[in-house]
Design a protein around this ligand. Structure first.
Ligand SMILES: *[C@@H]1O[C@H](CO)[C@@H](O)[C@H](O)[C@H]1NC(C)=O
Length: 390
């Protein structure tokens, strides 16, 4: 054995046992708390330093309020595959919504691998933008608070997001993602403030989270698979939604989605599947909705394949999205309207293998009505109107 080989062996053994985490405190890169001076550059410098090494790195945000303009973290030149961002403080967006304007995202990660965020609060300062949107004036679109694009191995744990201008958290084109103990809050009438939006992603788990917002608590767009959602409190908000799907003509489908142990309180919908009434090829298959509690929910169980708001761009058309293999099991509680189950499927591609088991919902202490159109499947063990399914 040559000595250089021994040296290499020694080096490998040594480096695997001493991979101590290096900490990059944003204060050392010029960040200033108080919420007045922009700390974006400091944050990006800390990211650059962490990316330059291959040992596990922690970017640390201490207590305090740190103002950030748009910050974009790119992974292409990042050598590090284990960066933890530990936040004890608050990251605040500029209070003037014109600063983020139509920029899309406030805090964005793109093509990163192995990034974890622990703790912290993101304050999107969205209230003045919502007021602008409500007033009917011309306003910028606003920014998503935290967005990951084309990234892998992401963990977000114990993070709070408040008052985002638009969506709170977005995963688009991501694989192997875990969100847990996340708290999302915004007013029930804040426009377009989805809690967690998933798009073209796979292997996403959302656990133990509390979401109160003005739009969907969780929305699952086209191209998602292997999604697991468990132990969520949702409300106010528009519920958990698969969709909207079928705006584009060809769309990747949604498959293998589990939503279990969720409480919906005062929401517009409970669990919803929504497709535009437009010719579009795509599918939804393999969905389990299980152990759900509804408290005064307007549409506890809904499939809407005739979505055409304002009758624009889609009047009198049918959706070509095929919905199959959807199970609703152990769903209890109260509806805020008479029709607690509404399955309105496409006449071009009827829903099939729809199964309802142990679904007991009441409206004013009476069983809810169920309305089904173009649906095939089984309704089991329900006291409700069982003429609904075949
Ligand atoms: C469905 O997704 C879950 C994760 O949510 C995964 O564990 C399971 O293997 C997937 N099933 C199939 C058939 O891919």
């Amino acid at each position: 054995m040559s000595s250089s080989y021994l040296l290499l062996l020694f080096f490998l053994l040594n480096s695997s046992t001493s991979s101590a985490t290096i900490t990059y405190n944003i204060l050392h890169y010029g960040a200033k708390s108080g919420g007045k001076s922009d700390s974006s550059k400091a944050f990006l410098s800390a990211w650059g330093a962490a990316c330059a090494t291959t040992s596990p790195a922690t970017i640390y945000v201490p207590q305090g309020r740190f103002l950030l303009k748009n910050v974009y973290f790119y992974g292409e030149h990042c050598r590090n595959r284990a960066i933890t961002i530990r936040i004890d403080g608050v990251l605040a967006a500029p209070s003037d919504y014109n600063v983020l304007g139509n920029s899309g995202s406030w805090i964005k990660f793109e093509r990163v691998t192995g990034v974890s965020i622990y703790g912290g609060t993101l304050d999107g300062q969205g209230t003045s933008l919502w007021a602008c949107k409500h007033s009917g004036k011309k306003c910028p679109q606003g920014a998503k608070s935290l967005a990951f694009y084309n990234s892998n191995k992401i963990i977000i744990s114990g993070l709070a997001s408040i008052n985002s201008q638009m969506f709170h958290i977005v995963m688009d084109g991501c694989h192997n993602v875990k969100l847990q103990g996340v708290r999302v809050s915004a007013s029930g009438n804040s426009p377009n403030t989805d809690g967690i939006h998933l798009q073209s992603s796979s292997g996403v788990t959302v656990l133990n989270s509390h979401i109160s917002t003005g739009d969907d608590c969780i929305s699952i767009g086209p191209g998602n698979s292997n999604v697991w959602i468990e132990k969520i409190a949702c409300g106010p908000g528009h519920g958990i939604s698969i969709g909207s799907l079928g705006w584009a003509q060809q769309e990747p489908g949604v498959q293998n989605v589990t939503v279990k142990s969720v409480t919906f309180t005062g929401t517009e919908n409970g669990v919803r599947i929504k497709t535009w009434a437009r010719p579009s090829h795509g599918f939804v298959k393999g969905v389990l909705f299980q152990h759900l509690q509804m408290v005064n929910v307007q549409n506890p169980i809904i499939i809407d394949q005739n979505y055409c708001p304002g009758e624009k761009n889609c009047p009198h058309q049918a959706s070509d999205i095929k919905i199959s293999g959807v199970t609703y099991e152990d769903i209890h509680g109260t509806s805020a309207t008479e029709v607690g189950v509404k399955l309105d499927c496409s006449k071009a591609y009827p829903c099939d293998r729809i199964r309802l088991e142990d679904v007991k919902l009441t409206y004013k202490n009476k069983p809810v009505e169920a309305i089904c159109t173009n649906v095939g499947g089984k309704l089991l063990a329900s006291a409700d109107d069982n003429s609904c399914l075949l």
